[in-house]
Design a protein around this ligand. Sequence first.
Ligand code: ADP
Ligand code: 5GP
Length: 238
Amino acid sequence: MKVVELLSSVPGIGKARATLIMERRSISPTRRIGGLGQLQLKALQKEITVAKVDPVRGNLIVMSGPGGVGKSTITNALRNDPRFWVSVSATTRDPRPNEKDGVDYHFYSEEKFDNLINSGEFLEWAEFAGNKYGTPRGPVEEWRKIGKHVILEIEIDGARQVRATDSSARLVFIAPPSWDELVRRLAGRGTDSPERRAARLALAEQEMAAAGEFDATLVNDEVNELIAKLVSLATAQS
Ligand code: ADP
Ligand code: 5GP
């Protein structure tokens, strides 16, 4: 039996969600159950359990904070938690060496991005440091419908747009323990040229000033402690 047939037959999943789950777990559409590895089987069991026991609409969590504060580190950890789905944004910026298309971002040309803006495909979009970034609307809704809490890791303008259209969204600002530590993290990551880093730091100052607009501010000192706080805030019933 094919994986897609099995998943589609589970109440609360269906064909469209089965396809999304398989994409997320990197399972090809033609794969049969017998061909799955142990880890993939375990992952699917988790997905099925969550879909069955948690039919309540998931929350929308918007996470913002200055570049280098640790947002990607946090979202990478949440990707392994079956209660959450981390939105994959579209961007016109070039991929960094360790980034994969469709996993870290959908890397689009300016033209394709503009077409998607014009056809209303983005929940929000904004320009940041010379590039465009946007959240594809469809998957956010699909995953919330099956009870996943959806995490958006986006900049401030985007967070404001989400707040304007969805008053139930939970806006969380991630702050560094200190300015010096932020500078150290940005330099330590080593993914930006010195010019780009300077531009990011200038933007970071403006971003820090917007923290008061968020529902909560969490300081990313010890990352596991921060994740525990974020999870509790994100999963709390409203
Ligand atoms: P962002 O996505 O906000 O731009 P990253 O997740 O890329 O930030 O983190 C920037 C750098 O800081 C990375 O090298 C990361 O390993 C490091 N980092 C993240 N969180 C912490 C933390 N709590 N303590 C120390 N270093 C951290
Ligand atoms: P980076 O280039 O470092 O990956 O991201 C730059 C900034 O763009 C970060 O502040 C990140 O949160 C933000 N960003 C990423 N995806 C989106 C998105 O879909 N919408 C908006 N508004 N900002 C985004």
